[in-house]
Design a protein around this ligand. Structure first.
Ligand SMILES: [Zn+2]
Ligand SMILES: [Zn+2]
Length: 131
């Protein structure tokens, strides 16, 4: 049983890794469908459980954007998101200067910032150049 669980988790990790380049922000259904292609016998419950465990372990990150759909982010480094309202692509963006915001909150409110989630929406460069 233990062995089987390990294999299932391994398959999920491998699938996520393959998806990394294609699209880094996946809903649980997208992950499940991709895993099923490699391992037809896997159940949705198993995928759900493993994905949640991976998120708890910090191997992937749960993100929530404006549309309220839970997605898992393969990029676990600190970054923010830009969602294109034209093609629905979610881009990773890194922004300098956020540390200053944290400092600001610390100095002015005595709040200690632990996580920052910023999400932007707009039109991406690809969609802009199509017009
Ligand atoms: Zn776009
Ligand atoms: Zn991301």
């Amino acid at each position: 049983m233990q062995q089987r669980q390990t294999i299932q988790k391994q398959i999920i990790i491998e699938t996520l890794d393959k998806l990394k380049n294609a699209k880094g922000h996946l809903s649980i259904d997208e992950i499940y469908n991709a895993v099923k292609e490699n391992y037809a016998a896997i159940s949705k419950t198993t995928v759900y459980r493993n994905v949640r465990q991976l998120a708890e372990m910090g191997s992937i990150k749960l993100i929530l954007l404006e549309d309220g759909i839970e997605r898992y982010d393969i990029n676990i480094h600190d970054h923010h998101h830009f969602t294109c309202i034209s093609c629905d692509t979610i881009y990773d963006v890194e922004i300098d200067g956020l540390l200053d915001f944290s400092q600001f909150l610390d100095e002015n409110y005595d709040f200690t910032v632990e996580t920052v989630n910023l999400s932007f929406t707009g039109i991406c460069d690809t969609c802009k150049s199509k017009k």
